[in-house]
Structure formats: structure tokens, C-alpha cells
Design a protein around this ligand. Structure first.
Ligand SMILES: Cc1cc2nc3c(=O)[nH]c(=O)nc-3n(C[C@H](O)[C@H](O)[C@H](O)COP(=O)(O)OP(=O)(O)OC[C@H]3O[C@@H](n4cnc5c(N)ncnc54)[C@H](O)[C@@H]3O)c2cc1C
Length: 393
């Protein structure tokens, strides 16, 4: 039997769409007769380049799905530090951690396991090659067979085939990102290494002054139970028309302050497609979620965002089946109006301002002098949107 709904990609956005459908429209996920099929090209637990920082909104959305993310191996950062040249403001959340850091192979494997126990079929090791929407159904060509579905969800990430098939000529805004894992301390401890002992997550925006429209990060993490640190550099590319140093340079500079030599570690890179109000998100019978629709442009934070898109898409799909109308005309407008959409819009505006006004004095003003105002505004407009999402239908 052909499924009603095919979800392409089993990362957080695809799994969240399926889990929200199963919760709010249980007839789609009857055990033994699933009507939702996830097609995932890899096999769990599969690697995914990501620092794994989960903000509070991700935890709220997972809790509402009845999931306890503390089952996944994690490290909790009790404070997030936003700096410009090593000095700035910090965010703490009363009586809880500020950021939970997971590894994506473990997190996605756990989430996929939960989806399977809730009646969702996942086919692993199958790659979608082409998505062809017709007026009344969608043809999905894979490396193994052709599927047909009433609705297809493109949850296949920043370079996803779904977006490329339905919007072949649309402009794409992507950030370039590099990541490195290290032990907590460099082997030659000739510098003070206090940072490795602290369970804090650091962001430093010093690269902005050199036309890299982003920041370097340093998070505590763990790999197979061993304490590690995850470093990286994020560049929205907003200043791509200016002269820029290689992306490695600011990362190497930050790591060397703590005695780490970037050349000693494996560097990995991957793009993040970010949200812009002009991003298109649907055509008849096909919706995009997660990075395929657009992650947070300001920090490149996309796990909570992916979970949020999943909640919105599930509602859209469930209601489309109730009305038997699959144009998905209003999807983008409803995303923009939602608490998630408002947070993404706010972050898009913040990214345009903070990264375009790249002068040192401005960055110092934002991160050091206007601290209380910045923290308050961030709390209202940028964080905490998860609570404002409708809990259930
Ligand atoms: C270096 C780096 C660090 C990051 N750090 C953070 C962080 O700390 N916190 C945070 O919140 N976000 C972070 N992000 C962003 C976050 O990783 C993404 O926003 C998030 O993974 C988006 O989820 P998704 O489900 O939309 O896509 P993905 O997680 O990319 O999942 C897409 C899935 O689709 C599958 N797929 C792709 N193509 C096909 C195909 N043709 N057929 C079948 N399956 C397919 C892939 O195998 C994959 O499983 C980071 C990203 C990068 C690159």
C-alpha cells in the first residue's frame, strides 16, 4: 500500500513532523498500518555535523511530545557567554541549564527510535533522486523504487533534493560553517586552560570586524562518554561582497588562545541554509521544513527550529486531509505568523543589523555596554518562542 505522507529526511525536522502527526492525527500512525513513511538515505546512528546545542525551546517541544531528552547522553552548559574579543554578556536560566549539548548521531537515533515505536515507518539507506509534484499527488523517485504519495514533506536539509526540485531557481542563502572536536585541554598546557574546566558555552563575535558575519564558538561536549570540546566558526555570508580572511583564521586564533593548534585536529565543514522572509516553503502537495525551509540566520541554530517547523507542518497536513485540499497556499504565511516564524523574523533582522554594522565600537556597544537591554530583548523576541507554540490541536 502506498503511504499518504512521505517525509524525505529523518533528521529533527522530518522526525518532528512525523511525531506531531502521530500525536495530533493518530489515524495516520496506526501500528501495523502506517500511513506515514520517512525515507532516510543514511542508517541510524548516522553522523551529522553539528555542535548539538539544544536551547530551551527544543526541550519544551520534545516534552510536549512526551519525550525526555535527558535519556540521550548530554553535557549541560550552565551559562552561555556572548562576547566580543573575550568580554561580553552572559545568559543563565534560573534553576536549570542554559544549553544542553548532545551529539547528533545519538540524538537523531533516539528520536527515530521514538518515532518507530509510535507507528511511523522509516526506510533507511534509500536516497531520493527526484520529487515531481502533480496537481493531486507527488511522485518520489529513489535509488530503489518509485513511490507515490498525496503529500510530501521536504525535510532533507540545507542541500535537499526536494527544495531543488520544487524551486530550482530560487535564491538560496547559506552560511558556511567549520567545526572541530578537541579534548578539553591541549596536550601541552603552557597557557591557562580555565575554559576547559568550565561548563560554559562561548560565542565570540570578534570575526565580524574582519567581514566574517558570524562568530566562533566553543561548547563543552562528550563523545562516547569522554569529555571533549566542540569549536567552530559560523559565517552567514552577509558580508560576502567584502574582502574576508579564510574562515579557518578566526577559529585558529580563538583556539590558540587556549593552547590548541587547529592544524592538529580534523576540520569539517557544512553549509546551513538560513531563513529569509522571501524563502518559499510550499507548492501544491509539497511542504518544506527545517533547514530546507530555513534555519536561524543569526546563530545558525536549527535543531529547535527544525522541531518547531515539524509541529507547524503536521498541523498543516492534518487539516489538509480533513478538508481534502492540498494546495498548502497559506503555509508560509502561517509559519511567519507563528511564534517560531516571529522568532525567525526577529533573528533575521538582528543578523542584518549586527553583521552589517561590523565596526568594533558597535560590537562592543551591543555585547558589553547595552547588556541588560540586549538580554531582555533576546529573551522576549529571540528565545522562549517554544512556549508560545500551540501545545496541541
Ligand atoms: C557545523 C554545524 C554546527 C551546528 N550546530 C548547531 C547547534 O549547536 N545547535 C543547533 O540548534 N543547530 C546547529 N546546527 C544546525 C542544525 O544542525 C540543523 O539546523 C539541523 O540539523 C536541521 O535539521 P533538519 O532535520 O532540517 O536537517 P538535517 O539534520 O540535515 O537532516 C536531513 C536528513 O535528510 C537526509 N537526506 C538528505 N538528502 C536525502 C535524500 N536525497 N534522500 C533521503 N534522505 C536524505 C539526511 O541524511 C539527513 O538525515 C549546526 C549546523 C552545522 C553545519
Amino acid at each position: 500500500m502506498e503511504p499518504d505522507i512521505i517525509i524525505i529526511g529523518g533528521g529533527p525536522s522530518g522526525l518532528s513532523t512525523a511525531l506531531h502527526l502521530a500525536r495530533d492525527f493518530p489515524h495516520f500512525a496506526l501500528l501495523g498500518a502506517p500511513r506515514i513513511l520517512i525515507l532516510e538515505k543514511a542508517r541510524y546512528p548516522r553522523p551529522k555535523l553539528c555542535a548539538g546545542g539544544l536551547v530551551i525551546d527544543a526541550e519544551i517541544l520534545l516534552q510536549r511530545l512526551g519525550l525526555d531528552v535527558s535519556e540521550v547522553p548530554h553535557v549541560d552548559a550552565d551559562r552561555i557567554q556572548f562576547d566580543f574579543e573575550a568580554k561580553g554578556l552572559n545568559i543563565r536560566v534560573p534553576k536549570r541549564h542554559a544549553l544542553r549539548v548532545i551529539r547528533r548521531d545519538e540524538f537523531d537515533n533516539w528520536l527515530a527510535g521514538k518515532a518507530k515505536t509510535r507507528g511511523i515507518e522509516i526506510k533507511e539507506g534509500i536516497t531520493v533522486k527526484k520529487v515531481i509534484p502533480n496537481q493531486h499527488h507527488v511522485t518520489v523517485e529513489t535509488d530503489q523504487k518509485i513511490f507515490y504519495a498525496q503529500v510530501v514533506v521536504g525535510a532533507d536539509g540545507s542541500n535537499g533534493i526536494t527544495r531543488r526540485c520544487i524551486f530550482p531557481n530560487a535564491p538560496v542563502h547559506t552560511a558556511r560553517v567549520l567545526e572541530v572536536l578537541t579534548p578539553t585541554h591541549p596536550s601541552h598546557e603552557f597557557v591557562e586552560v580555565e575554559r576547559g574546566q568550565r561548563q560554559w558555552a562561548y560565542f565570540d563575535f570578534f570575526p565580524v570586524a574582519n567581514n566574517i558575519a558570524g562568530y566562533v564558538w566553543d561548547f563543552p561536549t562528550q563523545v562516547s562518554g569522554e569529555a571533549m570540546r566542540c569549536w567552530g566558526v559560523y559565517d552567514t555570508n552577509i558580508l560576502a561582497n567584502k574582502e574576508r580572511p579564510q574562515l579557518k583564521e578566526p577559529l585558529a586564533k580563538e583556539m590558540s588562545r587556549f593552547g590548541f593548534d587547529l592544524n592538529n585536529y580534523e576540520i569539517k565543514g557544512y553549509p546551513i541554509r538560513w531563513f529569509s522572509p522571501e524563502n518559499q516553503m510550499s507548492v501544491p502537495c509539497v511542504l518544506l521544513v527545517g533547514d530546507a525551509a530555513g534555519a536561524d540566520p543569526f546563530l545558525g541554530e536549527g535543531i529547535s527550529v527544525a522541531l518547531g517547523y515539524g509541529a507547524l507542518a503536521a498541523r498543516e497536513i492534518g487539516e489538509a486531509f480533513q478538508r481534502n485540499e492540498f494546495s498548502f497556499k497559506g503555509y508560509r504565511a502561517r509559519v511567519l505568523k507563528s511564534a517560531l516564524g516571529q522568532a525567525l523574523l526577529a533573528r533575521w533582522m538582528v543578523a542584518q543589523v549586527i553583521y552589517s554594522l561590523k565596526w568594533k565600537w558597535f560590537q562592543k556597544l551591543v555585547w558589553r555596554i547595552l547588556k541588560p537591554i540586549v538580554v531582555r530583548l533576546a529573551w522576549i523576541f529571540i528565545l522562549n518562542w517554544g512556549k508560545r507554540m500551540p501545545p496541541t490541536l
